[in-house]
Design a protein around this ligand. Structure first.
Ligand SMILES: *[C@@H]1O[C@H](CO)[C@@H](O)[C@H](O)[C@H]1NC(C)=O
Ligand SMILES: *[C@@H]1O[C@H](CO)[C@@H](O)[C@H](O)[C@H]1NC(C)=O
Ligand SMILES: *[C@@H]1O[C@H](CO)[C@@H](O)[C@H](O)[C@H]1NC(C)=O
Length: 416
């Protein structure tokens, strides 16, 4: 058993988003055309080669290592059951272990190199013996210490600690492109030189499992940091989350009474609480779901029912290949990360709420007093989202502003 060869990167071409982006860029300055690698099923992160992309960086002629600057990577299991986190390193110095057991309430503190690029997911229901582990979700080719990726469907945390301009930005996201298995949140642990970044601009979470949502709150004032209220998605209910996954995409669908004999309405069948969901792309590998072949342009590849439902439950997460502008977080590099399985609270809605603020941090690396006032103001947070149902125009403007920063940061310079 070997992992699939890495799919070649593909280029974006002209689309409505591309034209809007182009117009916005022309207005601001002369910036190169955007090109990008997209994320098909089992997608790879965009490539990053420290030396070849950055030969003159500060006179350093070798990749920085953990010895130069170790970055914390902490994995926390807040779930009720034991998990076996899996980690895949795509670049840079890896953490101390790429797979291990983690009991409920436990954290494991590790570190990675400053140019680390990789992803983290949770494996469930593993049978472990020595260095082998057979898991119901996220399985690493039978190994406890993962060597390659994990079996879909899994909720992924993805990081590139040294991307963008002079490799001085951190890109990260929560991805449901390959499916969903567990609620996952990210907690930023700032470095001394990045402690100015407000925590409610960076700590994204995706909670799409019934029973794990806190009570609805647009700004999270009641159960997040009172000084920096997190913008939360506030439409979902625990009851609705029980059936967000399209019936036929459940990884382990419950048996329907009368299945194959009488038609039975799907939604009345009791589903298990732990109900991993395959993405449409991962389920059938169809070009229209994976945005490949004739569908490899944003104008042609539309979100599937899976993507729309995933995005509704987790607005800050990637739901399909061309969802990048509303799912990629970019901040100046320096700090470390905690990946929390089953975090408290609700799914965040940070990018849509704080698009302009995030652009400002990504581009200028600065938080102005004015911006600080806004991000600490629950009324501003709730207002920007018009009570949660932002108008199409409002979303459009924010989307484009955010997209410019995100796309320039990710691709404008990086892939030249
Ligand atoms: C499988 O793992 C999930 C998540 O940890 C848990 O909720 C579920 O009860 C487990 N199933 C079995 C059969 O142990
Ligand atoms: C809120 O976040 C800020 C910045 O991270 C931190 O200094 C402060 O202690 C936090 N407050 C609470 C109540 O957790
Ligand atoms: C913060 O300091 C670290 C370690 O010296 C450095 O790698 C990083 O680029 C700095 N980040 C910023 C935003 O200056």
């Amino acid at each position: 058993m070997h992992p699939q060869p890495e799919p070649p990167g593909r280029r974006r071409s002209s689309t409505w988003e591309g034209r809007l982006l182009g117009a916005a860029l022309l207005l601001s300055c002369q910036v190169p055309r955007t090109t990008a690698t997209v994320y098909p099923s089992n997608h790879e992160l965009y490539k990053f080669d420290y030396l070849s992309s950055n030969p003159h960086h500060d006179g350093i002629t070798r990749p920085l290592t953990k010895r130069d600057n170790p970055i914390p990577l902490i994995i926390t299991n807040n779930c009720r059951d034991t998990l076996w986190p899996g980690i895949r390193t795509q670049n840079g110095d890896p953490p101390e272990a790429n797979g291990f057991e983690l009991g409920p309430g436990q954290s494991r503190h590790m570190s990675v190199g400053p140019t680390w690029q990789g992803r983290v997911w949770g494996r469930t229901n593993c049978t472990v013996s020595g260095d082998s582990a057979t898991c119901e979700t996220g399985d690493c080719f039978g190994k406890l210490n993962c060597q390659f990726g994990g079996t879909v469907p899994t909720t992924l945390a993805e990081f590139n600690l040294a991307g963008g301009i002079n490799n001085q930005q951190t890109f990260y996201d929560i991805s449901l492109v390959d499916g969903y298995n567990l609620p996952l949140g990210l907690v930023y642990h700032p470095a001394d030189n990045t402690s100015y970044i407000p925590p409610n601009l960076v700590n994204a979470a995706c909670i799409a499992t019934a029973g794990y949502l806190s009570t609805s709150s647009a700004s999270g004032v009641s159960y997040s940091n009172a000084s920096f209220p997190l913008p939360y998605e506030h439409h979902e209910t625990n009851a609705a989350l029980a059936s967000w996954c399209p019936w036929d995409l459940q990884a382990f669908p419950p048996t329907k009474p009368g299945d194959g004999v009488y038609p039975y309405p799907d939604d009345t069948v009791q589903r298990p609480v732990f109900d991993p969901c395959k993405s449409a792309c991962a389920a059938d590998n169809a070009p229209q779901h994976c945005c490949t072949g004739a569908y490899s342009e944003p104008a042609r590849c539309h979100p599937s029912r899976y993507s729309r439902r995933a995005k509704a439950a987790c607005p800050d997460a990637y739901s399909y290949a061309f969802d990048d502008a509303s799912s990629t977080f970019i901040i100046p590099n320096g700090g470390g990360w905690e990946v929390v399985f089953c975090p408290q609270g609700r799914s965040t809605d940070i990018i849509q709420t704080f698009g302009p603020e995030l652009s400002q941090i990504a581009n200028g690396g600065r938080v102005t007093p004015d911006m600080l006032r806004r991000v600490m103001d629950a009324a501003y947070i709730e207002g920007t989202r018009s009570g949660g149902t932002a108008t199409a125009a409002g979303v459009g403007v924010r989307f484009v502003v955010g997209a410019v920063a995100a796309w320039v940061g990710v691709w404008g310079w990086g892939t030249l």
